[in-house]
Design a protein around this ligand. Structure first.
Ligand code: ADP
Ligand code: ZN
Ligand code: MG
Length: 479
């Protein structure tokens, strides 16, 4: 059989995390009761007029700058005309001729190394409503809460060659958007959606084959399966001497197969024209510069700095920077304690374990960095045992308690050289004449028994070294 190469370009829709919609003041919040976040504008009532939300432009520019795009400083909105019940105006306000961002590039990394994926453009547009097909009532219902939620559509060049590269690209986009705070990019909630354009060609061929576009991909796993499935389907057609038809296909992840939805439409089919209700946007140099300087340190830069400044291994630096929010907690704690390595270990083990065990979104982890720093400082000073520190940290993680107060109040503080230790040693030795006799008779192993008894009695409040020392002294006295 001939050798084939897969060629993939993505169209990624990202919902912007503005409080209100792109052309009206309705809330963008996910999950409200149907049709409660609506008004005449986002339900397409006659006579209503759109007013652009400036925050959308700001977020789009930031996203573009982070992906090394150029900005069209004079840009416009265009109407994309089509009828569908989730689109009450009968057109979508989008951008065709002058997309806000264009000609960018992002770097991705796979097992094969680093590679650049070019960005053709990023344009602003409004989301459509949602159709809910009710099988029981045998009808379809429409919810316009999502209608008018701002989107940017990120169109890549056909630069990807495998599902691994596609996933790396999507992860890169998601991480960048989250770092910028412009979107939470949740695939399950639909705030990030990817359409996969795919064609195959014989290895060595200079021209691209005919592509299909796949929709309805709700997870990275579904995307990987859809890519494998579509590649095989196209190769089979070509091997049989048949042609790939340019069309839009819907992936069914349960059946692990796709079916044709519609033949591919062209821009001209939509009768695009400049939206007459919205004036063009002028973006000043000053505003772009202001936004450029507001871009936070992104993940790659952070990873590099952690390795250099904190001397952390690349693996740890990678994990610690996956979420900007967790990275922030880590850095604050590290500064307070002055021991980044110790804090990094605690994050790699305890923080990530609790986050995973509790099924928590990393963005929702919220404890005061000073609380963890105080706790770790007590461990360093041997004022609390490592074992108890883990238990106390769970309280910090769950309820953000003050560990210093908690350790004091719950008697978990290691008490050194106080009467308590010597008294307890005396008491335990007195209460166990049998084992004492054995020990004095030369059975050294019995020491372990006494240490165990003492640690239990002192509930981890004593440093094991001090316990052993005090015990040995007491035994000497009894000889
Ligand atoms: P249209 O104008 O029909 O939307 P575009 O040329 O804008 O098509 O491309 C849409 C998406 O399809 C882009 O992400 C692009 O990278 C990708 N694409 C274009 N041609 C191919 C091809 N032959 N194989 C795979 N992907 C392609
Ligand atoms: Zn509205
Ligand atoms: Mg196009």
């Amino acid at each position: 059989m001939k050798q084939y190469e897969t060629v993939i370009g993505l169209e990624v829709h990202v919902e912007l995390a503005t409080k209100t919609k792109i052309f009206c003041g309705c809330s963008t919040e996910f999950g409200g009761a149907p049709n409660t976040h609506t008004c005449p504008v986002c339900t397409g009532m006659p006579g209503s007029l759109p007013v652009l939300n400036k925050k959308v432009v700001e977020f789009a520019i930031k996203a573009g700058l982070a992906a090394n795009c150029h900005i069209h400083q004079y840009c416009k909105f265009d109407r994309k005309n089509y009828f569908y019940p989730d689109n009450p105006q009968n057109y979508q306000i989008s951008q065709l001729y002058l997309p806000i961002c264009y000609d960018g590039a992002v770097e991705i990394e796979t097992s094969a190394g680093k590679k650049t994926v070019r960005i053709h453009e990023m344009h602003m547009e409004e989301d459509a409503g949602k159709l809910i097909h009710d099988e029981w009532e045998d009808c379809s219902l429409v919810d316009y809460n999502r209608s008018g939620v701002p989107l940017i559509e990120i169109v890549s060049e056909p630069d990807m060659r495998s599902s691994e590269e596609v996933i790396a690209y999507l992860e890169k986009l998601r991480c960048t958007m989250q770092y910028l705070g412009v979107s939470d990019c949740k695939l399950q909630e639909g705030s990030m959606r990817a359409d996969v354009n795919l064609s195959v060609r014989e290895v060595g061929s200079e021209t691209f084959g005919t592509r299909t576009e796949m929709k309805n991909l709700n997870s990275f796993k579904a995307i990987a399966r859809a890519i494998e499935g579509e590649r095989e389907r196209q190769i089979e057609l070509l091997e049989e001497g048949r042609a790939v038809v340019q069309e839009t296909r819907r992936w069914d992840d349960n059946k692990e197969s796709s079916h044709a939805m519609r033949s591919k439409e062209d821009a001209k089919d939509y009768r695009y024209f400049p939206d007459p209700d919205l004036p063009p946007i002028h973006i000043s140099d000053a505003w772009i510069e202001e936004l450029r300087t507001s871009i936070p340190e992104l993940r790659e830069a952070k990873m590099e700095r952690y390795q250099k400044e904190y001397e952390l291994p690349a693996y740890d630096a990678g994990i610690l920077t996956e979420s900007r929010h967790l990275a922030g907690l880590f850095e604050e704690t590290a500064v307070l304690l002055g021991n980044p390595k110790k804090v990094a270990n605690w994050f790699m083990v305890e923080v990530l374990r609790l986050t995973k065990d509790k099924g928590l979104d990393p963005e929702k982890v919220s404890f005061t960095p000073k609380h963890l720093a105080d706790l770790l400082s007590m461990v360093e000073k041997k004022e609390v045992s490592a074992q108890n520190a883990k238990k106390v940290f769970e309280k910090v993680f769950d309820e953000d308690i003050d560990p210093v107060v908690y350790i004091e109040e719950n008697g978990l503080k290691i008490v050194e050289d106080t009467g308590l230790l010597t008294e307890t040693v005396k008491k335990i030795v007195d209460e166990n004449p049998g084992p004492l006799a054995e020990l004095l008779g030369g059975k050294d192993k019995v020491m372990g028994f006494f240490v165990g008894q003492l640690m239990r009695e002192l509930k981890g409040k004593a440093n094991p070294d001090s316990v052993r020392k005090a015990l040995a002294e007491e035994i000497e006295r009894r000889r």
